[in-house]
Design a protein around this ligand. Structure first.
Ligand code: SF4
Length: 299
């Protein structure tokens, strides 16, 4: 089967490979600071699901720092002046805080010539109308993607993982973002505790039924990371985790359900190896991607 991968879509649009720089908007999360709850979602690591992000600092400084790390790894044939990036505000909830302060950080990132667009990770309950208007203004200068962590449509799982908002909250934010002309990418986690395969497929069917369709989808394998509440739960009362083959088979089923125009941003997880408790096979990302690609080709 053929899928639309974000790397190919970006190459088509910009004529070259586009890389992501993980940055920080210096936000916390209402699910961590006590406004909604303490400790966050049970799977969320200390870095707020953005363990590779730069430390909070002015955006231009963070971009320069992130480039010092990434540039030596990029092909030498791609001249420094031609390298292009997406500024990815990944850790914690990047629309949680003062709108003016956030707009200043995001605009500064957009001002950098090597930045072709922004990707902003957030929760649907932190998207008040003034935040969406701010994102809309930014989107008029350079493309802005909003990454919404849904994870599951099942309320019992949402309670179990302490997500802290209900499905109608997601739906409302989703439609307001789409009405504002923003690109919306939805995150789903496969393998949440006590979810059956059918429940995971129901979440994916729900995404496919959204009108309009999500612009992009991230399918993420549940990573159990050291220091999280989920890791404690797993150690006290282990729950089943996927084998690599099971996971690859499930991803193919999900891809078959998703609308053909949905761009796939991720097919597996992206957690730090040093914190990984389970499933340990996921640390070998190259091997996982090879198997996934083989299963997709054969489907
Ligand atoms: S909403 Fe995101 S940052 Fe906040 S606790 Fe959950 S995973 Fe972590």
């Amino acid at each position: 089967m053929k899928i639309r991968r974000i790397s190919d879509e970006l190459k088509k649009k910009y004529g070259q490979k586009i890389y992501k720089l993980s940055l920080s908007a210096g936000c916390t999360c209402p699910n961590r600071d006590g406004s909604l709850g303490f400790g966050g979602c049970t799977f969320c690591s200390e870095g707020g699901s953005g363990d590779f992000a730069a430390r909070p600092a002015p955006a231009a400084e963070q971009i320069a720092e992130a480039r010092r790390r990434i540039d030596p790894k990029l092909p030498k044939s791609l001249a420094m002046k031609d390298r292009r990036f997406i500024a990815y505000f990944q850790s914690f909830t990047n629309t949680y805080g003062d709108t003016g302060r956030l707009e200043h950080i995001f605009s500064e990132a957009e001002d950098q010539p090597e930045i072709v667009g922004l990707s902003i990770g957030t929760r649907p309950d932190c998207l008040e109308d003034d935040k969406i208007s701010m994102l809309k203004r930014l989107n008029e200068r350079k493309p802005v993607w909003v990454e919404l962590g849904l994870q599951t449509i099942h309320e019992e799982t949402a309670c179990r993982i302490h997500r802290g908002y209900s499905l109608p909250v997601f739906e409302d934010a989703y439609h307001r973002l789409k009405q504002a002309g923003l690109t919306v990418i939805v995150h789903v986690i496969l393998g949440l505790p006590r979810e059956t395969e059918e429940m995971m497929l129901q979440t994916v069917r729900y995404l496919a039924s959204l009108d309009p369709h999500p612009d992009g989808v991230k399918l993420q394998l549940l990573h159990i990371l050291k220091g999280t509440r989920l890791a404690e739960e797993y150690q006290e009362r282990p729950f089943p985790v996927f084998t690599m083959e099971e996971y690859c088979r499930l991803v193919v089923k999900c891809l078959k359900i998703l609308p053909e125009d949905a761009v796939i941003h991720r097919l597996t997880g992206d957690g730090p190896k040093k914190l990984l408790v389970a499933p340990l096979w996921s640390a070998d990302k190259k091997r996982v991607l090879n198997m996934l690609n083989r299963y997709i080709e054969e489907a």
